[in-house]
Design a protein around this ligand. Sequence first.
Ligand SMILES: CC1=C(CCC(=O)O)c2cc3nc(cc4[nH]c(cc5[nH]c(cc1n2)c(C)c5CCC(=O)O)c(CCC(=O)O)c4C)C(CCC(=O)O)=C3C
Ligand SMILES: [Fe+2]
Length: 345
Amino acid sequence: MAYDAVLLVSFGGPERPEDVLPFLTNVTRGRGVPPERLAEVAEHYQHFGGVSPINQQNRELLAALRGEFAEHGLDLPLYWGNRNWHPMLADTVAQMRDDGIRSALAFVTSAYGGYSSCRQYQEDLALARSAVGSTAPVIDKLRQFWDHPGFVRPHADAVRDALATLGPTGPDTTRLVFTAHSVPTSMAATAGPEGGRYEAQLRETAALVAAAAGTDLPYDLVWQSRSGPPQVPWLAPDINDHLAALAADGIGKVVVSPIGFVSDHLEVVWDLDTEAADTAKRLGLDYVRAATPGTDPRFVTMIRELVEERLTPAGAGVAADRCRLGTLPAWDFCPAGCCVPARRR
Ligand SMILES: CC1=C(CCC(=O)O)c2cc3nc(cc4[nH]c(cc5[nH]c(cc1n2)c(C)c5CCC(=O)O)c(CCC(=O)O)c4C)C(CCC(=O)O)=C3C
Ligand SMILES: [Fe+2]
C-alpha cells in the first residue's frame, strides 16, 4: 500500500477557560457521565487555568517527528487532528483532502486495544472522513504499540530514575505501582478480538517495563480516573485505595508509573501528581511519579518505524515479524468487531 501522509491523532484538550465545558460536552456526548462528575473534572481543568497540557505536548511530538522524518529521509507530510478539541479531526481531514492527500497512516496516542483506546479513535476517524465526503483520504491506523521497545524502554528508564530518588529501597518497604485509565468492566470484557485484551496488554507492558527497569521489586497494576455513574462497575482497585492498602501493609515508598499514557496530560498532572500525591502524603508514603515517554527520542523513532514497516508490502495484515517484546497476539489491521461494545455487537 502506498501512503502519502501521516496523521497524528489524539484526544485533544481545552486551552482556554471558556473552552473547558464545550470540550467536556464533546468528550461525554451520549456516554452517561453524571453532571456531578463533569463539574468535578471541569474544576481540575480550571485549576490549570483552563489549559490542558495535551495539545502542547502533541505540538512538541509533531515537531520531533518532523525532525525524525527529515533525518531519515522519510518524505511524508505530517498532520494532526483530535477527537475532542481543536484541531478537530474533521477539519484536518478536510485540509488533507485540499492538499491532495489520498491515503494516510494514523498514529494514535494510545498504546492499547479497547473501545476508548482504539476502536473509538477509528470510529471518530470514520466520522471525520464521512463529514468530508467521498474525496476524503483513506486513513489506516498503525498497530497498537503496548509492547514496542520504543514505548517500554522510556517507561522503564523513567521507573529506574524515579526509584533512584527514593534512597534505600527493598521489597519489604517499596512498591512499584503501574497505573492506567480505568474503564467500565463491560468495556474491558469486550476489548480485543476475544475480550479482556486492554487489561492483558497492560499486564504484559507492566511485566516488560519492570523487567527492563532491572528491578526485582514487587509491582501491582491499578487504575485511575474512574468516571461514569457510581452503580456502573469499572476496573478496580483505584490507585488511591491501593495506596491506602499498601500503607496498611507497611510499605513506605512507592514509585507510580503511568504506563497507560504516552504524555503528562491532565490525567497525569491532576489525577497522579495532585490527587494521588496528596493521598500518599496523607498516608505518610514517600511517593514519586515516573515520567511518561513524551518526546523521548526512542518513542519518536518508534513512530517513524511503525510508519516505515507499513510502507513495505511484505506481511500486510500480519504483525508476526514486527519489532516487539511481548507475546500476546498482535495485528496490523484490527479485525472487524474488535473492541466494539457488547450492546452493539
Ligand atoms: C482508556 C482511556 C484513556 C487512555 C487512552 C487514550 O489516551 O485515549 C483515556 C485518556 C484520556 N482521557 C482524557 C480526558 C477525559 N476522559 C473522560 C472520560 C472517560 N475516559 C475513558 C477512558 C480513557 N480515557 C472513559 C471510559 C471515560 C468515560 C466516558 C466515556 O466512556 O468516554 C473525560 C470526561 C470526564 C470524566 O468523567 O473524567 C475526560 C475529560 C484525556 C485528556 C487529558 C487532558 O486533557 O490532558 C485523555 C488523554
Ligand atoms: Fe479519559
